[in-house]
Write a protein that binds this ligand. Structure first.
Ligand code: C5P
Length: 301
């Protein structure tokens, strides 16, 4: 009998530039992605008679526990007798922070860990094996391979080209007005423009202030399209921007979750408290954005 716990950190797009569109309709992206110290938690127990999933936790309402759930589909990709998965949903669904993708990535990490396939974790995994696994996961969702690593990276192509980057940890406040946004509808509303691309080479970021200054002149190209689909996002951006110490407010992914960035953890904590006073009904999380790879390694429990 073995039982493991796998952390599924939220994915945050610090920038998201749309650079083109493929013939099959999928968009080409150039995005700086990082991971939050808040996320879902997945528990896996083996042996079990079959592969099953139970969903619980504060954000579990409406989340399917059958094969529509990406975590179950990703777990099914790993050949194994049977496993009982319990997913604790802390992240709101359809909210631009990769909840479903993070869960799928956690299920894959957990199942491969139980199989003994992950060697000394991903850094030691043979490249052809890892690439084949990532290609399989990509067919389930464009964000899943990046969530497998859970560390800062520049993501290009349709989510298949992952370039690790070094970023300082950013004190942040995530806020979601509890308005679900469908990713396909945002991409449909997007008007492709000739926007300047992200610089080919990223500068070296010496501290949080440096990184925020640089991020301030980059964009999320899905933000305008998401505002058309869900005008309520405008209020999240303006409320976050007005919080004391907030240096930059931007939407993540296709929304509706937005993040505010702060120079210090104290400022982010004070802003979280302040936001809770004025918008108690919103989902929110004060957190650090950075490398969660270590936290995301499965552990016995
Ligand atoms: O891969 P995923 O299921 O997350 O994508 C959801 C939808 O978002 C796709 O069906 C597509 O309409 C759109 N999309 C896109 N280009 C991407 C990723 C997603 O157009 N790179």
């Amino acid at each position: 009998m073995a039982r493991i716990e796998v952390f599924a950190p939220a994915k945050i797009n610090l920038t998201l530039h749309v650079t083109g569109q493929r013939a099959d309709g999928y968009h080409l992206l150039d995005s700086l992605v990082t991971f939050a110290s808040v996320g879902d938690r997945l528990f896996i127990a083996v042996p079990a008679n079959s592969l099953s999933l139970t969903v619980e936790g504060p954000e579990s309402q409406g989340v399917p526990s059958d094969m529509r759930n990406l975590a179950l589909r990703a777990a099914a990709l790993v050949p194994f007798e049977g496993a009982a998965l319990v997913l604790e949903k802390n992240l709101p669904s359809a909210s631009g922070i990769g909840g479903g993708s993070a869960d799928a990535a956690a299920a894959w990490r957990g199942m491969t860990y139980l199989k003994g396939d992950v060697f000394h974790w991903l850094a030691d995994a043979p490249e052809p094996w890892l690439q084949a696994e990532m290609n399989n996961l990509l067919t389930l969702g464009a964000d899943i391979p990046m969530c497998v690593h859970s560390s800062p990276m520049r993501v290009q192509g349709v989510g298949d080209k992952l370039i690790p980057v070094d970023l300082p940890s950013l004190p942040a406040l995530l806020a979601n007005p509890r308005l679900p946004v469908s990713t396909p509808s945002v991409f449909k509303a997007l008007k492709l423009r000739d926007n300047p691309p992200m610089p080919a080479a990223l500068p070296e970021f010496f501290d949080v202030g440096d990184l925020i200054d640089w991020l301030s002149v980059q964009r999320n190209d899905l933000q305008d399209a998401a505002l058309c689909v869900e005008p309520g996002i405008a209020e999240v951006l303006s409320v976050l921007s007005a919080l004391p110490g907030c240096r930059l407010a931007r939407m993540s992914g296709s929304g509706a979750t937005c993040f505010g960035l702060f120079e210090t953890e104290e400022a982010a904590k004070a802003a979280t408290y302040e936001l809770h006073k004025i918008r108690p009904e919103w989902w929110k999380a004060g957190c650090l954005l950075g490398d969660q790879m270590r936290a995301a390694v499965p552990r016995d429990c």
